[in-house]
Design a protein around this ligand. Structure first.
Ligand code: SF4
Length: 207
């Protein structure tokens, strides 16, 4: 451990959480307590958790210091796939609905990330990622707090694929009856993932 590569986020008598830069310039978020520890590589989401020792028998069943991952619905609006909504939508999203504000997002994160322990937020979005205009400011806020945003979409235009490539760590693309739409969206994400030098996107999956 190089002290000059450590940035303490929070330290108490029971635990410490800090950022550490390794020899390859990779930044890790590391949590250390007597019976609960994790390493999270911010660039690609690699995650390892253990208890008192790294023996699997000691693995903790839960985090005693707050959630590691948060699923957060930030809209109940959806623009649908080719303008059509899915009859089976598990969220009952429609063209008319409400967005979570940036201010509310900040309040939620402050309350849940009370030990700076969150590693990732999975956004519940509409199909196009355009439904909540505060999405990119929310991503920037999460990055400032060393939390990686992810999300699920269904049909992206070029602009939103580019924005996701620059701000999300992982993106899932849902299939809703059109293979062409699915392939086009994955192709756009893949293009911007490889085209941009400053891209963050590491994982594109199909759901
Ligand atoms: S794309 Fe997703 S959010 Fe939109 S209507 Fe279909 S299932 Fe619902």
């Amino acid at each position: 451990m190089h002290p000059d590569r450590i940035n303490i986020l929070k330290e108490t008598s029971k635990f410490a959480i800090y950022l550490e830069t390794d020899d390859n310039g990779e930044v890790w978020k590391k949590f250390r307590a007597e019976n609960y520890n994790y390493d999270f590589r911010i660039s690609d989401g690699m995650f390892a958790r253990w208890g008192k020792t790294k023996e699997t028998i000691n693995d903790p069943e839960m985090s005693p210091f707050g959630p590691e991952i948060l699923d957060l619905e930030i809209t109940d609006i959806c623009h649908g796939v080719d303008g059509k909504h899915c009859q089976y939508c598990y969220k009952s999203n429609t063209s008319n609905g409400k967005n979570m504000s940036f201010r509310t997002l900040k309040t939620v994160i402050e309350k849940i990330n009370y030990n700076s322990q969150l590693t990732q937020v999975a956004f519940g979005l509409g199909s196009t990622a355009s439904e909540n205009p505060d999405l990119w400011a929310m991503c920037d806020y999460l990055h400032e707090n060393h939390i990686i945003p992810n999300g699920t979409v269904a049909q992206l235009d070029d602009h939103h694929a580019k924005m996701i490539a620059s701000k999300f760590g992982g993106c899932a693309v849902s299939y809703h009856g059109s293979f062409d739409v699915l392939a086009d969206t994955v192709q756009k994400l893949t293009y911007w993932k490889t085209k941009m030098t400053a891209n963050l996107l590491r994982s594109i999956s199909i759901s």
